[in-house]
Design a protein around this ligand. Structure first.
Ligand code: KG4
Ligand code: ZN
Length: 341
């Protein structure tokens, strides 16, 4: 079956990245522009919502304009506008949504509200224009979505058909990386900093707990975070210097073990064909290597530029809604909390 051709403009402002992209047919990236606020938020040790919203307002127009210029297109040439509707920070989401609504009203192009988590899933289909396409993921598939706000296991039966199997009961995986990094005096965002420190550390130095939560597809990382805190406090009470590299490597190994083991168990239980790993934490080298080495099924993990927040994934997801005629009402509101079910 051949699917209709369509070019979608995607817009993403759910957290601290202002992004726009043009993608055709859910796969081919013609442009993808991202303005990251990371350096700004780093001085506060995390995302400062009010500041994020203001920075989106400053950047959004130029970022959308650049995405169209780099794709050599005019807004008239796109078939629809897809925008992240949620989940995310309300004050951030509203900037992208208002921009998309304005463009839709001005041009008469359909407006499509996209779930940010759904966007992360479709990042595995994307490839840059003028490069050779890779084999797309096959359904049914299991998606492990691990970001700063979410750790979810989702069974994807077909395009747009999702069943949430489980998710974190407390901290998201990325949030645990960020909080533990702060404990170890490492910079924000914590994931890349912990990964770097781990390179020279011993992952077996500290036997941190691995909460497997047997019988569920849920995750919990708060016990692990507390175990790192207690270890740090005990070392400090003894007046010993903190072995940062060993603490980082042991923490990272505990997170990666749980994510890989539970994902592979779920893949087996639901007899999926393929596995997708997506979201900011999927940039983690140790997670990527372990998942690829231990899985007997094909594992799709996007390149690093598509692991963290971007708008190409939103335009990619938008295509499948567009061809299903699944448009949003033009007066839709943002959804700061929106599980993918
Ligand atoms: O998907 P994302 O860009 O934004 C959200 O939707 O949250 O994910 C950001 C999260 C942060 O918590 C960051 O620390 C984590 O992804 N992250 C990593 C790595 N790179 C980013 N975590 C572990 N290892 C990395 N290399
Ligand atoms: Zn994300």
């Amino acid at each position: 079956m051949s699917l209709p051709t369509a070019r979608i403009l995607g817009i993403e402002t759910s957290c601290d990245e202002t992004a726009a992209a043009v993608v055709s047919d859910g796969r081919v990236i013609h442009s993808s522009t991202v303005a990251s606020q990371m350096a700004l938020h780093a001085q506060y040790g995390g995302v400062f919502p009010e500041l994020a919203s203001r920075e989106h307002i400053k950047a959004i127009y130029a970022i959308v304009d650049q995405a169209l210029i780099q794709a050599h297109l005019d807004i008239k040439d796109v078939d629809a506008i897809a925008v992240t509707q949620g989940p995310g920070l309300a004050g951030s989401l509203v900037v992208g949504v208002n921009m998309a609504k304005g463009l839709s009203l001005a041009t008469g192009k359909p407006l499509i509200g996209i779930n940010h988590l759904e966007g992360h899933i479709y990042s595995s289909w994307l490839y840059p224009a003028n490069t050779t396409p890779h084999e797309p993921p096959r359904f049914p598939l299991l998606a492990l979505l691990v970001s700063g706000g979410h750790s979810e296991l989702i069974l994807v039966k077909d395009y747009l058909q999702y069943e949430r199997l489980g998710g974190t009961l407390d901290d998201a995986a990325g949030e645990a990386f960020d909080k533990v990094a702060r404990l170890l005096d490492l910079p924000y965002p914590g994931g890349p900093a912990i990964q770097k420190a781990s390179q020279t550390g011993d992952p077996n130095a500290f036997p941190f707990p691995r909460a497997m939560l047997e019988g569920t597809w849920d995750f919990s990382f708060s016990g692990l975070k507390t175990a790192v805190l207690r270890t740090v406090e005990a070392l400090q009470a003894e007046g010993r210097p903190l072995p940062i590299e060993n603490l980082a490597a042991s923490f990272q190994a505990a997170v990666v073990d749980v994510l890989v083991e539970k994902t592979l168990q779920a893949a087996e239980a639901f007899e999926v064909k393929d596995i997708i790993v997506a979201g900011g934490v999927s940039a983690n080298k140790s997670l990527r290597e372990k998942m690829l080495n231990q899985s007997t099924r094909p594992v799709h993990i996007p390149p690093l530029s598509l692991c963290t927040d971007n708008a190409a994934m939103i335009a990619g997801a938008g295509y499948y809604h567009y061809i299903e005629d699944d448009f949003s009402s033009p007066d839709f509101d943002v959804l700061p909390t929106w599980p993918l079910t």
